[in-house]
Design a protein. Structure first.
Length: 171
């Protein structure tokens, strides 16, 4: 069984992934960390040197590798589901869970880390909420195709793990 966590930047996919994988005794993979470890470069530096288009192609290749993993929780990058046929791949390869947040909460979570995010690093703090809102509207079309949507602000990891255990193919 594969669990794919999707959602906007700073929605908590990596943290939830670690917690869920411990609770379920599954392997944990963070696609962003996988990219940085394999290519020995931060995503921010890669974006600046080579651009988003090449990054997205490599990201898709890494995503496809996950099809060979069993009992794994995979935290995707915020944009992963939004390119190529990635969302279709995610939904046919495992169970997708969208960590949904309200825009003001997401904006606050991003306020102090935006400079580490290639898409937000040049955005002025006073324009951040509007930028996040517009960007999330574009990406929500993909995120909302997830099998399950959970409220990121009020998430109960134990209940989510119990729900996963009761899914077909969970072991």
């Amino acid at each position: 069984m594969r669990i794919y966590l999707i959602g906007y930047m700073a929605s908590g996919k990596s943290n939830l992934g670690r917690l869920l994988s411990e609770e379920l005794r599954f392997r944990f993979i963070d696609l962003d960390s996988m990219f940085e470890e394999r290519y020995k470069v931060t995503i921010l530096d890669f974006f600046e040197r080579y651009g988003e288009e090449l990054f997205r192609k490599i990201e898709q290749k890494l995503l496809y590798e996950t099809a060979g993993y069993d009992n794994t929780v995979i935290a995707t990058g915020g944009g992963t589901p939004c390119f190529f046929d990635n969302m279709e791949f995610i939904n046919t390869s495992g169970t997708s869970i969208y960590l949904r947040w309200e825009i003001p909460e997401l904006t606050e979570r991003l306020r102090h880390i935006r400079k580490k995010r290639p898409i937000l690093k040049t955005i002025d703090p006073e324009n951040l909420e509007n930028t996040v809102s517009n960007h999330l509207k574009q990406r929500s079309v993909y995120y909302e195709r997830a099998h399950v949507t959970v409220d990121g602000a009020n998430l109960n990891t134990g209940k989510l793990a119990d729900w996963i255990r009761h899914q077909p193919g969970s072991g």
